[in-house]
Write a protein that binds this ligand. Sequence first.
Ligand code: FES
Ligand SMILES: [Fe+2]
Length: 455
Amino acid sequence: MQSARPGQIIDNAPLSSQIDFSRFPMRVGTRSYHSREHQEREREQLWMKIWQIAGRAEEIPEAGDWMVHRIFDQSFVLVRGRDGVVRGFVNACRHRGNAFCEGKGRSARFTCPYHNWSYGLDGQLLAVAKPDFEGTVEEFVGNKEDLGLIRVPVEVFAGFVFINPDPDAAPLSEFLGDVADLLAPYHLEEMVPVGMNVRETIESNWKVVMDAFQEGYHVQGVHPELAGMTKLSRERCGFFGNHAVTVVPFGSPELADLGPEHEIEGYLSLPVANFPGFAEALPRLAELAADLRDKDGNLQLPEGVTPLSLLQRAVREILTAKGLDVSGLTDNQMSDYQYWLLFPNVFMQVRSGDATVITAEPHLSGDPNRSTWRVIALQWLPPEQREAQRTELTEIAEGDHFPYFLALEQDYVQMAIQQRGLRNSALEYQTLTRQEPKLAHFHAALERWYEHEPA
Ligand code: FES
Ligand SMILES: [Fe+2]
């Protein structure tokens, strides 16, 4: 991509209302949300072939740190080698197939507890226990070189460890396409989970979760307290291969119409609990505004300067002063959240300095009416603060529940209710509207994967 600030493409993306919907199926079948038969197809056609997030790179920071990723009945070990590279292996011993790892941990080598074969962090078979056998390893079992752990493609991007169960998968960069360039300037790899880092079961299919975070249309019904802040008529939408993004410009035309004094006042009195990213920038905004007052105290904005541009400048200055390189981000990216769907199962809400990431996967029980979601609130912090403030993953046990903030709790409850409706066999399809462009695009992409692997 040529532009120094690739985010300009998204700042200038078409309004959602201008999207050509004629290429999308606006009826989305319901069987894929509850049928075990369909889930089997989805397993083969999608999950066994696609790049998926296994965790954050900072969860395995040191050589020998490892974690297990499971999808359906498949199990993989991701381990950081002595060279710092994260590698992935099938979690099955080459002797008689024992799953030698569970959960996460740190070890200098992997020793299978069944008969004590051991493997290096690079997957090579190191030693074979052969009690009471006098001959060589070769005589005992054959060539050690042929008995290393089975590799799977693993790559790290934006601080996330991606894995692909398909040994012949195309590189992650090819799968992400332009998305990699668009996300890189946020420096997600320098962010750490702060405050919320949770994995929990949800009583709905994983696609219900992804659908719920791809549209703002439900705000009026499910989050009425946020309704005033959501201006869907201003939403812009961009498609990048299987992936998609929407953005709603920060601020409101109504506030701007009241004049710059009111607009500045409006920003300065933002409820910082809802806008934590702005909390540190507001005092700087007040200073910038004070500098632009004439001797009578009236705000005199130079040509091209608006209250919103002052807020964006304040955010840029504060983040730069803390050490975050925001030079690759546009001014709008200082104030606007981008809402990404990284196909198939990553929702990401990202702005300069922070991001919230939600993934949903089929439930390990095999029940298509359930899924496992993970919610991570990421925050950019100076390097010396990251470890101290980093929030570890909390695994919520079956039957327990994490107390999310209000809007997320509302979504959590709502998703289970939708799943109950979708299970009715007389309901054959859902009907999408023109305020759900990302859903339309998502389901068109899913259809292609279910039918055949797209080129
Ligand atoms: S199955 Fe692993 S050592 Fe036998
Ligand atoms: Fe919601």
